[in-house]
Design a protein around this ligand. Structure first.
Ligand SMILES: Cc1cc2nc3c(=O)[nH]c(=O)nc-3n(C[C@H](O)[C@H](O)[C@H](O)COP(=O)(O)OP(=O)(O)OC[C@H]3O[C@@H](n4cnc5c(N)ncnc54)[C@H](O)[C@@H]3O)c2cc1C
Length: 450
């Protein structure tokens, strides 16, 4: 960081700041990046692992603060079951260090390359079992923030409303420098698997969504198949071997995208190509998952491998009320089939969904009022994707979908405003107080948060 030490007195002209990416390695440097006296290009956006699919972590004409240099785990408290770490620590590193002490993160989170700060400031959700186990941010107890004005602010559970606003705040209220989370002893769950047609899944999803289970599924809309993974805690601690989970993770997140990308290149006839692609997906989810992984815990089930986001892996996630999901899932299948018929585009990867329990611990929680299903549409097919996500956003809007500011592509700001309603108004008020000069607001976020 080369912030100028001079004040702009008007007698000497400061050269206009150039856009740039800074990677501070300690608190003092982070504070200097945000110091209003520093000659830094605005707006300033914070970036962790950059795994969000929207422009929430971008500032092409301003400054990006890349937090990956802030990578120290400060303290693991094995007595009170807490961990304190800097914001740039990767989730994979955190999970490994906690496991050495017999501890795990609460909730079932994958994508181990993401950073702690990114996973607290934007939805990091998974099929957690039980209440308040869906979002990592629900476990945030304390945070040290550097404000838009370059000052330090400490927030804790004593300032409950402020802490709630900082969870899922997309870096709009300040930069999280350090965070303390609640963790817990490693616990074993069982994972049972079923393969169902979409109608059958739609029949049982209501019942499943009210049970105290972790529910995840993989949906192949063009093959009328849903692979369901239901997780429950075991009363007797069983064995949770890591290798099968690692193989599963490797298959899903590395092998499939690469194989599909190659098939898209070498097989020009769509009907042949997609038959093969769906066959490979069905074999992976039907056979590998159900035969391989039966017991797990939140350490093993992460796969723990830190990998780069596969290039060209595109995704968009929307949340739908759980009460409507039996209808939404059928409508989604129709939507995918219609889209392919009308303009030839279809996703090659299965859609992934999971239930997210009702949780009001974050002001901008997408499941603030009721449980929801997160539905993540994923593809390696770049050509046609941009039009597809516009249609998908329209579909989601028609079905009462809630957008995520970091993961829903092509949502309309008016729709987000209606959906988050008074909570968004309240968040905006806090934002204006903490960042009156809009230093942290880029044009993409300004559409919803100005
Ligand atoms: C293939 C794939 C699958 C995914 N699957 C899931 C999934 O199953 N569930 C899920 O919830 N997400 C999923 N994601 C989304 C993504 O991993 C999350 O959005 C993640 O939490 C972002 O973390 P990050 O470190 O990459 O943050 P970034 O993308 O870099 O930033 C995200 C937001 O957080 C802000 N931010 C980052 N660091 C800080 C900080 N220190 N202080 C303040 N603000 C900060 C940024 O400004 C930005 O607004 C997936 C992503 C990919 C690529």
């Amino acid at each position: 960081m080369q912030a100028s030490g001079f004040r702009d007195t008007g007698r000497f002209m400061l050269r206009p700041a150039r856009p740039g990416v800074y990677t501070p390695t300690n608190l003092a440097r982070l504070m200097r990046c945000l110091d209003p006296q520093g000659n830094i290009a605005l707006p300033i956006r914070t970036r962790g692992a950059a795994s969000a699919s929207t422009d929430c972590n971008q500032s092409p004409t301003g400054t990006v603060i890349q937090t990956t240099g802030l990578n120290r785990i400060i303290r693991i408290d094995t007595y009170n079951h807490t961990v304190t770490a800097e914001a740039g620590v990767r989730l994979g590193t955190l999970v490994s260090e906690l496991a050495k002490q017999g501890l795990e993160l609460i909730g079932n989170h994958e994508q181990m390359e993401r950073t702690l700060g990114g996973a607290l400031a934007s939805p990091c959700m998974g099929p957690g079992i039980g209440d308040r186990a869906s979002y990592l941010s629900s476990q945030l107890m304390q945070a040290k923030i550097v404000t838009a004005g370059g000052k330090i602010m400490n927030i804790s559970e004593q300032k409950k409303h402020l802490l709630n606003a900082f969870r899922l705040s997309y870096g709009l209220l300040g930069v999280i420098y350090e965070a303390t989370l609640q963790v817990r002893p490693i616990s074993t769950f069982s994972a049972s698997h079923r393969s169902l047609c979409v109608d059958r899944f739609s029949d049982i999803v209501d019942r499943l969504s009210t049970q105290d289970v972790g529910l995840k599924f993989y949906l192949l809309p063009h093959r009328n198949r849903v692979y369901v993974d239901v997780r429950r805690y075991q009363t007797v601690a069983g064995n949770a071997y890591e290798t099968p989970w690692k193989i599963k993770d490797w298959g899903e997140s590395t092998v499939l995208p690469h194989v599909f990308k190659s098939l898209n290149r070498v097989i020009p006839i769509p009907s042949v190509r997609y038959k093969l692609i769906d066959g490979i997906s069905a074999a992976t989810y039907g056979l590998v998952n159900s035969k391989l992984v039966n017991n797990g815990n939140n350490v093993a089930a992460t796969g723990r491998r830190r990998r780069k986001k596969p290039r060209n892996l595109l995704y968009s996630t929307w949340c739908f009320p759980a009460t409507d999901f039996s209808l939404v899932v059928k409508a989604y299948v129709d939507f995918c089939q219609q889209t392919q018929q009308n303009n030839g585009y279809r996703c090659d990867m299965p859609a992934v969904g999971f239930r997210v329990s009702k949780d009001s611990s974050a002001l901008l929680s997408p499941s603030f009022d009721e449980p929801v299903f997160a539905l993540q549409t994923t593809s390696t097919q770049q050509r046609g994707w941009d039009d597809f996500v516009i249609d998908l956003a329209q579909f989601a809007e028609n079905w009462g979908g809630t957008p995520l500011f970091s993961q829903s592509r092509a949502f309309r700001a008016e729709h987000a405003t209606q959906n988050y309603s008074t909570r968004l108004d309240f968040f905006r008020k806090i934002r204006r107080q903490l960042d009156p000069e809009n230093r942290l607001l880029n044009p993409f976020l300004a559409q919803s948060f100005a």
